[in-house]
Design a protein around this ligand. Structure first.
Ligand code: NOJ
Ligand code: MG
Length: 531
């Protein structure tokens, strides 16, 4: 049945491989480390693990600069380690999703070495080379996402190459059919090794304006924003030709059966949903980052959920994300008290949820001393670095919280002795326990996994209330976004009684709920209609 494919029912868990578990004592996580922790993921109750890049790379952008699409960087292990990982994952019924980075390679990729060798090299056209502007400067006004011009002049041949990110990450030319064929082969390499799908890096960037027109000024640009926002990315990304490229990727996956294609896309909702493609020929899940970008209050979140649901094309499956390796940690953004509301929201909305490792512990942003800064973006544009959300997972109260026997590549939280898996796993009131219970409920109740969604009228400004339904089963979710008690009318006169299935507050002990329910500050509850 189409509606029960695993990536609709299931939950995705993102692992940043440098930071999950070190196995060889170098202070950096690796594939064997991930394999060692698969039992944890199975225990937690997620269905798929998405692993950020582990391919051979000079690590200028920590693996998002790929020097070989069909290998494993020795820092992370070997291809045999990967094969063991996938076998062990599948043994535990966990799917494995890889990070595919097609927009750019590393400057160290052999293709780029050839391409830059001469203007007549057969691979010259695999990348984006342009003559200087008449004044000798860059060909147009496009800016790098990490600040500074997106064009770097290559002295030997006198032309500029384009890089949407670091100069160590030259963009591939997806208009070239040989590039497409080579990248399709890379997808097949991993599909043949049984991976269950791909998260495609910056998929909306793949095609650029054929005429390389200047981007227009962004009137909303102001102090504190990263330089990339100075111009609206009208010609450098989200071009109509990208949909053909995506349809071709899909066609590569098609013969392999139920594999998922997820697209990383930072665009407003009305553009985002275009990536489902005409007749759903686009990606299965255009990553929906709207919760990360919306102010954290009941009305804004309710409006967002309703407008997203309305914008979905027929048959387009929703999805929700609260955090990733590029965004401040959710617990830091909404505060420790609301972290439980965020968890309940993520895991009770309609659509595939993606969890970011460590968010289930409420990991905070870790402040990084200047001498330990790793992210190149922080060096280019201080304050924009992503190290604070990439710190190592915290497993127990042993040395380095069980992550490594060596000094970890980034520091951990100062409360690691109590903010770790071992400490929280048997505590009924912990965030980890809440995540686990929510994941369990999603599996037990089809209404939560694949049921319909209906927003309920707000009886206070501070509560977001909605209903999930599958057949005769109805669940209601009431989320208090404030620190104050809220009185909610829950029972329509003609309906049956409701009982509490789960609360974020362990002190609320099951039982029935009458016509009204008093939510504690920062409390969320899931109610089920009694038979
Ligand atoms: C998006 C990735 O999530 C980010 O970490 C990376 O720096 C850029 N793409 C460039 O690949
Ligand atoms: Mg290691």
């Amino acid at each position: 049945m189409a509606d029960t494919v695993w990536w609709k029912r299931g939950t995705v868990y993102q692992v940043y491989p440098r930071s999950f578990q070190d196995s060889d004592g170098d202070g950096i996580g690796d594939l064997r480390g991930i394999t060692r922790r698969l039992d944890y993921l199975a225990w937690l109750g997620v269905d798929a693990v998405w692993i950020s890049p582990f391919y051979p790379s000079p690590m200028a952008d920590f693996g998002y600069d790929v020097a070989d699409y069909c290998g494993v960087d020795p820092l992370f292990g070997t291809l045999a380690d990967f094969e063991a990982l996938i076998a062990e994952a599948h043994f535990r019924r966990l799917k494995v999703i890889l990070d595919f980075v097609p927009n750019h390679t590393s400057i160290a990729h052999p293709w780029f070495a050839e391409s830059r060798a001469s203007r007549t090299n057969p691979k010259r056209d695999w990348y984006i080379w342009r003559d200087p502007a008449p004044d000798g400067g860059p060909p147009n006004n496009w800016i790098s996402n990490f600040g500074g011009p997106a064009w770097t002049r290559d002295e030997a041949t006198g032309q500029y190459y384009y890089h949407a990110f670091l100069r160590e990450q030259p963009d591939l030319n997806w208009r070239n059919p040989d590039v497409r064929a080579a990248m399709h082969d890379a997808l097949r390499f991993w599909l043949d090794r049984d991976v269950d799908g791909f998260r495609v890096d910056v998929i909306w960037h793949l095609m650029k304006d054929e005429g390389f027109r200047d981007n227009p000024e962004n009137p909303g640009f102001g102090p504190g924003q990263a330089e990339i926002n100075r111009f609206a990315q009208v010609y450098s990304a989200d071009r109509p030709e990208v949909f053909d490229v995506i349809a071709e990727m899909r066609a590569v996956l098609a013969p392999y059966g139920e594999r998922v294609l997820i697209g990383e896309i930072y665009l407003p909702v009305e553009r985002l949903v275009a990536y489902y493609g005409a007749d759903l020929a686009g990606v299965d899940l255009p990553f929906n980052f709207q919760l990360i970008q919306t102010p954290w209050n009941a009305r804004s979140v309710a409006d967002l959920v309703v407008s997203y649901e309305e914008a979905l094309p027929p048959g387009g499956w929703p999805n929700w994300v609260l955090g990733n390796h590029d965004q401040p940690r959710i617990a830091a953004r909404v505060g420790p008290d609301q972290a439980a509301i965020a968890a309940m929201l993520l895991l009770t909305l309609r659509g595939t949820p993606t969890l970011y490792y460590g968010d289930e512990l409420g990991l905070a942003q870790v402040s990084i001393p200047p001498e330990r800064v790793q992210d190149p973006w922080e060096h280019n544009e201080p304050g924009h670095g992503r190290d604070p959300e990439r710190t190592p997972m915290q497993w127990d109260d042993s040395l380095n919280a069980g992550f490594s026997t060596a000094e970890p590549w980034l520091p951990q939280t100062t409360d690691a002795a109590i903010r770790n898996v071992e400490y929280q796993r048997d505590d009924a009131r912990s965030l980890l326990t809440l995540y686990r219970r929510l994941l369990r409920l999603r599996r037990d109740h089809t209404a939560l996994a694949t049921g319909t969604f209906r927003s309920l009228p707000a009886t206070t400004d501070f509560v977001f209330a909605y209903e999930r339904q599958d057949g005769a089963t109805k669940l209601r979710i009431l989320l208090n976004f404030s620190a104050l008690q809220q009185v909610i009318v829950i029972t329509d006169p003609e309906e049956n009684r409701w009982s509490v299935l789960l609360s974020t507050h362990a002190a609320r002990t099951g039982g029935g709920a009458d016509a009204t329910i008093i939510l504690e500050g920062n409390e969320g509850v899931i109610l089920i209609q009694a038979a």
